[in-house]
Design a protein around this ligand. Structure first.
Ligand SMILES: [Zn+2]
Length: 750
């Protein structure tokens, strides 16, 4: 599609967009026109989404029919992903699920992996150099003086940051040769020096390793895989062609074997505008150059300081590909333009990423693509997820190990982590405060998780109660009354209210905190219904409510089934599956029967039998993920994930211990205060003004009753002061009398 000409004014749904409009958004943005939307707007009208173009929430309309082309900027794979990444990708997973599962769009979700990048190249070199130095150290006494010196020199350069890479590469190669000579061919096959290495393969080895780890982390977090994954390393040829088109159109130029985007030429073109996402794009050169990478070239190559690199001439120690401009590699921004265009074409419904990518990455990505196609608007909706701020991260380097996704998943389940993110609106910034272990050994959790744990528990309990109720009453039996009375009508009204509130929340920029609030209200109403009706429930209604809650939570990615294809597999038919499922429970019940029989045969006491029953409830069943709640009319069992249940029990125990500790501390404090009070009461009132600390040095003369008459300077005290002191004496007298009475001593007359 193309936008209207510059003097045109677009009016849609009360939104005025266009360059000539006084109330136009900060930058020109045109609402997508669609055949589908004009045919039946009410049907296809999507939620209002916060669009970075306008900085307002605008109704989503797809470019064509029901399909939505969606690109998100994926990871640069050079290190382990941390909870900040988790928030970004969980948020996009939620947005994607809601758009496809709740709003029913046919979403094509594309994500890239940046596997050619300065950080990857640097890390590949430094890791190789560290491995080779390590190998040299292992030589021990076999190492020659030259080898020791070469290893030291390599280490020094590493300590200084490892740059220039060409130098590091040269040193590492030299060291490999020396180690090989010293080892006389006796190197282990997995020794770094035993194999040849060059950066052209080495960068990819590192990138693939972290890509695999990243995808594994995403799976653990319950994040659906993208429909298409684009890697720069597979796209170099297409990136070159893409750049060539931009040069041909006059928006890029070659300089010193690199290619730069010509911001001025683009800005001056009639149908283009730079800085659509960021009004101040041209204000800060330093920030604009943020995406150029740690191995950036001299700026003297560029016509203007705002021009950014599309193709980088490779320097020594960097991987390189042949191009019309010499050996080099793609710049960062261009990959997303080329790869996104390749899969989604000339127009894109949604482009997303973390807010930190807004500038310069997305601004440049947009300019490149609009220059390539020579169109006014390439992307219709730019959506950015909010930043996750981790308290204290800058202060402590070691904290980094505790905030990786893997570390977080050791402390909490993926579902709990997702609840945490759902409790915060996806586009808002968010704080995360690590809680340090008492013994300083690391991090035990995150402060903000408490609310997420509570809400998870609330839903878990709800599903257990519903399942328990349906188990008891059956979902439908012909013998049972089905007619509704007041209780059912109330619950049905609560369902209507929740459905309307959820729809409103999701329409409003996919507001997940409000969606959860609406579901929580429905959960409360259902719990109330179940407690009032007990066994006389209307299971059809209860089932309907529970299915609705499940559906919405599933749209948020919370109630996850494994991602399977085809008909569900049944374990009932195969005896192997059945045996596997039943074994631990049959073992338990058989052992319990044996124990009880033995107790009975030995004439054990009632307490012993009850203790055996409690042990099944408190120890054996939780091991299998079963929690048993004692209640009137028979206990209720609830099935959990065994690991999660163990963690929950441990957390409950910890909370209980903490409470007991606090109680004991409060008791100590009360005892200390009582002792202090008693020590004070022991002092006769006539002595109090001479002994109590608070009166020390304040007075110089005292009356017969011990009450001060003159201040420290020898001046007589005012009447009001005397009155106050007499009152204090009166109170002490009372306390002292009580003390004496307690001691059983008769008050002596003065
Ligand atoms: Zn990108």
């Amino acid at each position: 599609m193309s936008g209207p000409s510059s003097d045109e004014l677009v009016v849609r749904d009360g939104y005025f967009f266009g360059r000539s409009c006084a109330c136009a958004p900060p930058t020109p943005w045109w609402r997508p026109e669609t055949k589908c939307a004009s045919d039946d707007e009410t049907l296809r009208r999507g939620p209002r989404l916060l669009n970075t173009f306008t900085k307002t929430k605008v109704p989503f309309v797809p470019l064509s029919g029901n399909s939505v082309g969606w690109y998100i900027c994926g990871p640069t794979v050079y290190d382990s992903a941390h909870v900040g990444h988790a928030r970004n990708y969980v948020n996009f997973d939620v947005l994607r699920r809601v758009m496809s599962e709740y709003f029913g769009y046919d979403v094509r979700f594309v994500m890239n992996v940046t596997d050619i990048d300065d950080k990857i190249i640097m890390r590949a070199h430094t890791r190789r150099a560290q491995d080779v130095v390590e190998s040299a150290r292992r030589l021990g006494a076999k190492a020659s003086a030259e080898t020791i010196a070469a290893a030291a020199e390599t280490e020094t350069l590493l300590a200084e940051g490892g740059k220039p890479l060409g130098k590091l590469d040269e040193l590492t190669r030299g060291l490999v040769e020396r180690v090989r000579v010293d080892a006389k061919g006796a190197l282990a096959s997995d020794d770094a020096c035993a194999r040849d290495w060059k950066i052209q393969d080495g960068y990819l080895e590192l990138a693939r390793e972290f890509e695999a780890e990243f995808m594994e982390d995403m799976k653990s977090l319950g994040i659906a895989r993208p429909d298409a994954l684009t890697r720069v390393s597979e796209y170099v040829d297409k990136v070159i062609l893409y750049i060539q088109v931009i040069i041909n159109k006059g928006f890029a130029y070659e300089s010193n074997n690199s290619v730069y985007f010509d911001v001025k030429a683009f800005e001056e073109a009639e149908n283009h505008k730079y800085g659509k996402l960021n009004k101040n794009a041209m204000a800060n050169v330093e920030e604009a150059m943020d995406g150029e990478g740690a191995l950036a070239a001299e700026k003297s190559e560029k016509r203007s300081e705002f021009d950014f690199v599309l193709w980088k001439a490779s320097k020594s120690g960097e991987p390189s590909w042949s191009s019309p401009w010499g050996m080099g590699r793609p710049g960062w921004h261009i990959e997303c333009s080329a790869m996104c265009s390749d899969v989604l074409g000339k127009s894109v419904d949604i482009n997303g990423g973390g807010i930190d990518l807004n500038f310069p990455h997305h601004e440049n990505q947009l300019a490149q693509s609009e220059a390539h196609y020579d169109i006014e608007q390439w992307v219709n909706f730019f959506i950015h997820t909010g930043h996750l701020h981790i308290d204290g991260l800058k202060m402590s380097k070691s904290l980094k190990n505790f905030i990786t996704i893997r570390a977080a998943l050791k402390m909490y389940s993926a579902r709990q982590i997702r609840f945490l993110f759902l409790l915060n609106q996806w586009c808002d910034p968010m704080e995360l405060t690590p809680v340090a272990a008492a013994d300083g050994s690391g991090v035990t959790g995150f402060k903000q998780m408490e609310m997420a744990l509570n809400i998870e528990k609330q839903f878990t309990e709800f599903f257990h109660s519903v399942k328990g109720s349906l188990r008891e009453s059956g979902s439908y039996v012909v013998q049972k009354d089905q007619m509704w009375d007041g209780h059912e009508r109330n619950l049905s009204d609560a369902l209507d209210t929740a459905q309307a509130a959820v729809h409103e929340a999701l329409m409003d920029n996919i507001n997940t905190p409000n969606t959860l609030l609406a579901l929580q209200d429905l959960v409360k109403a259902t719990n109330q219904y179940l407690s009032m009706t007990l066994t006389d429930t209307r299971p059809l209604l209860v089932e309907r409510v529970a299915k609705y809650v499940t559906k919405i939570l599933s749209c948020l990615g919370v109630c996850l089934d494994v991602e399977s294809i085809g008909f569900p597999e049944s374990t009932e038919g195969s005896s192997e599956g059945r045996e596997q499922v039943l074994s631990p429970f049959l073992d338990l019940i058989t052992k319990f029967r044996d124990d009880i029989r033995k107790l009975a045969q030995d004439g054990a006491s009632k307490q012993d039998i009850l203790a055996a029953c409690d042990a099944v409830r408190d120890v054996s069943l939780p091991e299998l993920g079963v929690k048993v709640d004692d209640r009137e009319g028979g206990a209720l069992w609830k099935l959990y994930d065994a690991e999660e249940l163990k963690k929950e029990i441990a957390r409950e125990r910890e909370a209980k211990e903490e409470k007991e500790r606090a109680k004991a501390a409060a008791k100590d404090e009360a005892a200390r205060k009582a002792a202090e009070k008693e020590a004070k009461a022991k002092v006769p009132p006539s002595e109090m003004f001479k002994t109590f600390e608070e009166y020390a040095g304040l007075y110089s003369k005292f009356g017969d009753d011990g009450v001060p008459t003159h201040d420290a300077e020898g001046e007589p005290l005012q009447k009001s002061a005397l009155k106050k002191l007499a009152k204090a004496r009166g109170m002490q007298e009372k306390a002292h009398d009580q003390y004496l009475a307690k001691q059983g001593i008769e008050k002596l007359s003065v």
